[in-house]
Design a protein around this ligand. Structure first.
Ligand code: 5GP
Length: 309
């Protein structure tokens, strides 16, 4: 029954019944709030709530709005909510008990996947890699500016700073001799020559310190580096940032305008091999919208954090 229909019914009731109906409505709202609190605290699994809604569509769980249900699940926020509903083809006006069979199956599948994600070994170390020009730098900058609770590793590199880049913020810009000595002293967690030209490496100390403090750390590095980190620290989560399409990747690469034609061709060639490595990663996130991709990355850390509790 819609809210309008319900209020039409109560309007036609005698006064005594109207009071009773409104008390019942308040009690039902309270019961739904209690279910949401149980989901949020982890006391009840979302899959069990969905099962109860299916068994009794007019019961407390069945009358729960899909939007309230999903928002009660830890690490699902408003941005993510819209995307999930779109992916599942469920209207935000739906109640859990009113889902079509296919919608319910898709939602169950989604909840199962999420539950499986929570069972992964917990790591606070997240490595983001992906083909060149996919926008890793932009996503990482967005995380740095909007999620101060996450620490971003600052790499050392032998390449020259680009306009606007700052030593100690974007990179530690070092010469070849300094890079060699970082390697010799064992101060790099991983390092690689990227695009066949410059060397890049992750200083080990800050990562170790952050992890020992319990702070989440993100490494934005190339695929060779990601493999080395996984070998050294198997508990690290590898995230592959993928472009919406190959055409879009080419457009982003050529549109950046900071590299010569020769450099662009070389990067495109690297990107082709890098895309082929996607399957080696634990998670894939498509970088369509920067803010959304950044939120997904941070969600992933938080979700793993939730699993740790
Ligand atoms: P850019 O020169 O455009 O800043 O970065 C070029 C590439 O180097 C990017 O793909 C980036 O992920 C990678 N990179 C940056 N820092 C590191 C690092 O510490 N280690 C490795 N292996 N790659 C890195």
């Amino acid at each position: 029954m819609s809210a309008a229909e319900a209020s039409a019914v109560t309007r036609d009731l005698p006064e005594v019944d109207r009071v009773a109906a409104s008390r019942a409505a308040v009690a039902a709202r309270r019961a739904r709030a209690a279910v949401k609190a149980e989901i949020a605290s982890g006391a009840r699994r979302p899959l069990d709530v969905l099962a109860a809604a299916t068994a009794e569509p007019e019961g407390v769980e069945g009358r729960l709005r899909i939007t309230d249900f999903l928002l009660a699940i830890p690490a699902i926020g408003r941005t993510k909510l819209g995307r999930i509903l779109e992916e599942l083809s469920i209207s935000p006006a739906k109640r859990l008990g009113g889902l079509g069979r296919h919608q319910r199956v898709r939602l169950e599948e989604f909840l199962h996947q999420r539950a499986a994600l929570g069972r992964h070994p917990v790591s606070k170390l997240l490595v983001i890699a992906g083909p060149t020009a996919v926008g890793k730098g932009t996503v990482v900058r967005h995380i740095r500016e909007n999620y101060p609770q996450v620490q971003l590793s600052i790499s050392a590199t032998t390449r020259e700073p680009r306009p606007g880049e700052t030593h100690g913020v974007d990179y530690y810009f070092v010469d070849n001799a300094e890079f060699d000595s970082l390697i010799e002293r064992g101060e790099l967690l991983e390092y690689a020559t990227v695009h066949g030209v410059h060397r890049y490496g992750t200083p080990r100390g800050p990562v170790r310190e952050a992890l020992s403090r319990g702070t989440s750390v993100i490494l934005e590095i190339d695929i060779q580096g990601a493999r080395q980190v996984k070998d050294a620290m198997p508990e690290a989560a590898l995230v592959f940032l993928a472009p919406p399409s190959w055409e879009e990747l080419v457009r982003r690469l050529t549109g950046r305008g900071t590299e010569s034609a020769e450099e662009q061709a070389r990067r495109l060639e690297t990107a082709r091999t890098e895309l082929a490595a996607a399957d080696e990663f634990d998670y894939q996130i498509v970088n369509g919208e920067v803010a959304e991709a950044a939120a997904e990355v941070v969600d992933l850390i938080q979700l793993r954090g939730v699993a740790a509790r």
